[in-house]
Design a protein around this ligand. Structure first.
Ligand SMILES: NC(=O)c1ccc[n+]([C@@H]2O[C@H](COP(=O)([O-])OP(=O)(O)OC[C@H]3O[C@@H](n4cnc5c(N)ncnc54)[C@H](O)[C@@H]3O)[C@@H](O)[C@H]2O)c1
Length: 194
């Protein structure tokens, strides 16, 4: 079912994004590994090329131009995008040697900006630039990752990515023009253009 579908996963140089990329690769989808760590992106793409066709792209989701270039590059290579997974994020907790987030009283504004630009704007830019291609084909899926904590608005400011919930809902509403479905999954949600 996924064979030859083109799947773009941001932040797939490591972690959950890489795991998702491997899962798609095992199903023979063409997988685009997009990450701002170019070495990690190349390494993941090289590993998964044993399973399927892969493309490593150096992209920074905080920069609109970089995201636009990513989407353009994928379209010029594969001619279509069947799924975009907005996965790249600055994660607030344990794992993979990432330090815990500072408490708000100690948090430099640069850190705050980096989180907002990665977790929130990154999802917006990816969605914005992939939609026209999916709309043209009346087909495509957008999946937004977020850090869990349920579908209610966050009690603290801490999880900027939770703000992608309304973005996803809005997308699903708009995509209904094409007959969209909104995922009910607690951790991954977005819209389907079909
Ligand atoms: N780890 C968890 O327990 C957990 C739980 C629920 C949801 N999530 C969500 O899953 C997603 C992935 O989390 P993870 O734990 O694999 O994180 P991770 O830190 O292991 O991986 C994040 C990846 O994103 C890349 N990245 C960071 N900033 C980027 C940018 N500006 N542009 C492009 N790439 C960038 C990093 O290089 C890295 O490869 C996140 O959206 C997170 O909120 C994680």
């Amino acid at each position: 079912m996924l064979e030859n579908k083109v799947v773009v996963i941001t932040g797939s140089g490591q972690g959950i994004g890489k795991h998702a990329a491997k899962t798609f690769a095992q199903e023979k989808a063409k997988v685009v590994i997009a990450d701002f760590n170019a070495d990690l992106a190349k390494k993941s793409a090289a590993e998964l090329s044993a399973l399927t066709e892969t493309l490593a792209v150096h992209a920074d989701v905080r920069e609109e131009e970089s995201v636009k270039k990513l989407i353009d590059q994928v379209i010029s290579r594969f001619g279509q995008i069947d799924a975009l997974i907005n996965n790249a994020a600055i994660v607030p907790h344990f794992a993979w040697n990432i330090p815990r987030w500072p408490l708000i009283a100690d948090m430099p504004v640069e850190f705050w900006d980096r989180v907002i630009h990665t977790n929130l704007y990154g999802t917006f830019f990816g969605t914005k630039h992939v939609i026209p291609h999916m709309a043209k084909r009346k087909s495509g899926h957008i999946i937004n990752l977020y850090g869990g904590g349920g579908r209610r608005l966050p009690r603290s400011f801490a999880h900027a990515q939770s703000q992608t919930l309304p973005v996803g809902r809005r997308l699903a509403q708009r995509a209904k023009i094409y007959g969209a479905a909104e995922s009910q999954d607690r951790r991954a949600q977005g819209g389907r253009v079909s």
